[in-house]
Design a protein around this ligand. Structure first.
Ligand SMILES: NC(=O)c1ccc[n+]([C@@H]2O[C@H](COP(=O)([O-])OP(=O)(O)OC[C@H]3O[C@@H](n4cnc5c(N)ncnc54)[C@H](O)[C@@H]3O)[C@@H](O)[C@H]2O)c1
Length: 454
């Protein structure tokens, strides 16, 4: 541990003692005494002038796009003016949701040609993210692009270059990075709350057919209602296939598998919390165990990642797991483990666990060890647990992320976005390299500083 980290750890322990009566009295908390503290404030800055309206269009009006748009409309001064989708049914439902007066089209270029649109939200399948983002910035629009920023590792630099060239605001949609929970975890890690980071892990467990991507296919799905030619125009030519359109996540031409869809969220949060630029070695394994529905990606996937030491964090390892045949179902977590404790991090809370038996240098622990040799044998004590929870009424990470995007637009600077193209690429690349590793059955090497496959 370097001098700064050791100082941070000492001052964190001191603060913990000052704020905990039980500890100051020399009595360690039992699990039933676990504390809950509010996460308040941190960095919120969302002021805007009354005439500061931003007109938004949605490209890809499916499930996440609709959620994103509704979240955007919670931000004062944001107006929905147009929607684009390749399926007629989604355009009809867009008009029902947001008004018959919105402009609708199946051709995203018609959206980009409109002068009344300031920003676009791109929530198409992954294989369209790069091209629409670049075209939109070239057309002078600010862009909120869903994760993963790109469909393959080679696509990242072009998006970064387009943002730099055009100067437009560009944010990737891993909303967790703007959440109070992630901000608190970053603050705690910096303060030395878990000592020196050495390991992190993340996990998804799912079992429900819809949750594992067997989405319902609309009854009217056909070449009359879907612009199939446009959908496949940047990838392999194939005859119309409604499953490939409505269950796109299962197919490599359009989706990015478990890693691109889910791991990318954890990379984003982990990189935000630790200020890391990413891993340099990536290994993944897994297989198709159950959902033999024609999908081209695994339903159980593991990933192992080496994060090299940098000036801002020690070397550590990351382990990620995703299981779509998990009978226990429904679990997702991100945990950071250090020499003095661990943190379970969500968007709304952080649970800090500290093991009382670590040689913490805590004077009270030392005192307890040295008293009266004849007293009964000491018991094993549970870890000390503190849960930091967002205040009641917190609108959540998705709102904060959207608000950050519009604040950046109003400030006129891409510097103020929470997740710019460089950050988005550094989160997407290790996830996409996971898929390469799985396919090629060997570790992938990545230069996280220069963002290059080695
Ligand atoms: N941030 C998150 O938590 C989160 C959650 C879910 C999905 N996502 C991301 O959002 C994106 C969309 O996912 P979804 O679950 O909403 O999928 P979806 O299938 O529900 O919606 C995608 C929509 O895009 C339309 N579309 C396809 N190609 C198009 C094109 N070229 N132009 C215009 N429209 C097109 C489809 O018709 C469909 O309506 C994905 O990239 C996904 O990874 C992010």
């Amino acid at each position: 541990m370097d001098k700064n980290q050791s100082h941070a750890r000492r001052s964190f322990l001191k603060k913990l003692m000052l704020t905990s009566g039980a500890m100051a009295a020399g009595n360690y908390l039992s699990a039933s005494d676990a504390e809950v503290r509010k996460i308040v404030g941190l960095s919120r800055n969302q002021s805007f002038a009354a005439n500061d309206n931003v007109n938004v269009a949605l490209i890809g009006a499916g499930s996440m796009g609709s959620g994103d748009l509704n979240t955007a409309l919670m931000v004062p001064g944001v107006k929905m003016v147009a929607a684009c989708d390749l399926y007629t049914g989604r355009l009809e439902s867009a008009r029902k949701k947001w008004g018959n007066d919105i402009f609708t089209t199946k051709n995203y270029k018609e959206i980009l040609n409109r002068k009344d649109i300031d920003a676009v939200i791109i929530a198409t399948p992954d294989h369209w993210h790069k091209q629409i983002s670049i075209d939109a910035m070239n057309a002078g629009k600010h862009v909120y692009c869903e994760k993963p920023m790109v469909h393959s590792v080679g696509e990242g630099p072009d998006v970064i270059a387009a943002q730099k060239r055009t100067g437009k605001v560009f944010q990737v949609g891993s909303q967790g990075v703007s959440s109070l929970g992630n901000e608190k975890a970053k603050e705690l890690l910096k303060a030395g709350a878990i000592g020196e980071l050495n390991y992190a892990e993340g996990f998804w467990a799912r079992r429900d057919p819809v949750a594992v991507w067997q989405y319902p296919v609309p009854e009217d799905a056909s070449e009359q209602t879907v612009d199939w030619e446009a959908y496949i125009s940047n990838t392999t030519r194939r005859p119309f296939d409604k499953l490939r359109f409505f269950r796109w996540r299962n197919y490599n031409d359009y989706g990015t598998g478990m890693a691109g869809d889910l791991y990318v969220h954890l990379f984003s949060s982990l990189h935000f919390i630790t200020d890391s630029l990413g891993p340099d070695r990536i290994y993944s394994t897994g297989g198709l165990r159950f959902w033999n529905d024609g999908r081209e990606c695994p339903d159980v996937q593991l990933g192992a990642f080496d994060y090299p030491k940098t000036t801002v964090h020690p070397a550590f390892n990351l382990s990620l797991r995703c299981n779509f045949v998990d009978g226990t179902s429904g679990t997702t977590y991100l945990k950071l483990v250090g020499s003095e404790g661990s943190m379970d991090v969500t968007w709304d809370d952080v649970t800090l666990k500290k093991n009382n038996f670590s040689d913490s240098g805590d004077p009270f622990l030392q005192k307890q060890k040295n008293t009266n040799a004849s007293e009964p044998r000491k018991k094993i004590l549970p870890p000390r647990i503190i849960t930091y929870k967002a205040e009641e009424g917190y609108k959540g990470g998705p709102y904060d992320h959207m608000a950050n995007f519009f604040t950046a637009i109003r400030s006129g600077s891409n510097k103020n976005v929470a997740e710019d193209a460089v950050f988005g690429y550094r989160a997407a690349a290790p996830a996409l390299l996971c898929n390469d590793s799985l396919r090629e059955k060997k570790p992938m090497h990545w230069d996280p500083v220069n963002m290059k496959k080695v």
